[in-house]
Design a binder for this molecule. Sequence first.
Ligand code: GTP
Ligand code: MG
Length: 239
Amino acid sequence: MRISLCIPMYNEAQIIENTAKELSAYMQKAFPCDEYEIIFSDDGSTDGSAELVKALQLPFVKTVGYEKNRGKGSAVRNAVLSSSGDIVMFTDADLAYGTEVVKKMTEALENDGEASLAIGSRNLTGDGYSGYTFMRKVASKAYIKVLSVVGGFRLTDSQCGCKAYRGEAARRIFAKCQVDGFAFDFETILRAQKEKLKIIEVPVKIVNHRDSKISVLRDAIKMLSDLRKIKKDIKNEDK
Ligand SMILES: Nc1nc2c(ncn2[C@@H]2O[C@H](COP(=O)(O)OP(=O)(O)OP(=O)(O)O)[C@@H](O)[C@H]2O)c(=O)[nH]1
Ligand SMILES: [Mg+2]
């Protein structure tokens, strides 16, 4: 079983060398060495993030990217489409959910023979959001509520930064995805549901906190307009 671990990054120069070293050490310990690849996906960083990763020359680590910033969805898609693993997982560059989550999520997927997608959820235990600022917690929960009312979302967390897919399903779904911004998670879930793939939820919690780069108002407006676009796109494809 080969794991492709995808890390989207946008201007993460301050932390990315530590992240790369920590992940590389963890993956070597957790999986046999020819059984994984780590793909750093540069989303048009202007602070040399990609060069920092490349300079480390870590084994089984590759970097993909492009010049201009497009958004997290685009960076994750670029990594997924260049992956070759039987299981493809992505998580955030700041390792917000820690490293153990890689084993936890990929094992959950492997152990459920029928599931194609395992999504992390911060809403399955009482402490998933511990350490969040009040506003970020409210914004996150409000967005999930909007998705359930407007988008028919029936799972407990759409925005969690870690998800693991069967490789084939990941590459098939992401090849169809259009959304470049943070709403891409919802698009992939809708497409998986349309294909009637089995989705399981895995409880996760934030273990590393840093100051948020999210602007609650700006990003919420963008995500709502993307939401309308996703629904329209998927509907039009049926015609
Ligand atoms: N903010 C931002 N992050 C990006 C972008 N492209 C890729 N990323 C990566 O996406 C991951 C999540 O970014 P964060 O800014 O932590 O966003 P978040 O985790 O949804 O929100 P927070 O709760 O504020 O941490 C990180 O690995 C970023 O480097 C982008 O255009 N903007
Ligand atoms: Mg974050």
